[in-house]
Design a protein around this ligand. Sequence first.
Ligand code: SAH
Length: 247
Amino acid sequence: MSMVSLVGAGPGDPELLTIRAFKLIQSANVIVYDRLVSKPIIDLCNPAAEMIYAGKAMANHTLQQESINELLADLALKHESVVRLKGGDPFIFGRGGEEIETLAEKKIPFQVVPGITAASGCAAFSGIPLTHRDHAQSCIFVTGHLRNGEVNLDWKDLVAPHRTVVVYMGLTGLEKICESLIRYGRSPETPAALIQQGTQSKQRVFTSTLEGLPTLVAQSEVSAPTLLIIGGVVSLKDKLEWFKPEA
Ligand code: SAH
């Protein structure tokens, strides 16, 4: 019986794969992977597997979402083990739900393998705990993706005190995001960090305040993927930083 596995690859460091993910990528017949899956993880995949790139650069959708859903269903008919490999966790801003909905409708067997999401990976590898008794009792994950040039978020919810805000896909909208948080009441002095290529050998971390971060980032030739973390917890980085990326 064929099986489609929707597998989270984590944030990039291959040692952060789960054992189940590792076993599956080593034995799959075909692997449909995303732009966010790091090169060292691709290198661990079964050399005999057919590799299909389904990455999505923002304006240039290599494969439209619907065709990915259909592709997985088609592949399942031809192969015993199909892996759909996605960056981070497939159920966190990964459209993993949509991809298996089609399989569920067609009664094709599937399983979901969680991965370390960018928030956990970037936080750990930059020494920024997402919650902390002195700084944050809650943490919220949002997408900063722009729609018609605007970031539509429930800003009132994001300015609650003692709350860490983690923004995925927030690089293009960075200035708008920081501005809006200040406008809705978060202090301009709130610590904020942007982590580029978290957990990977080229990780870079930019720390500033809500007010200062957009300028710092604009001057620093930052490239995606990046994750934005906002809140008092960011101030712990100086003390808790441990990871030494390649110089
Ligand atoms: N399913 C993924 C998220 C997909 S959305 C997960 O759970 O992590 C894509 C966004 O994730 C990127 O725009 C970026 O904000 C974030 N991201 C993923 N990997 C990252 C990394 N290694 N470093 C920084 N941000 C990352």
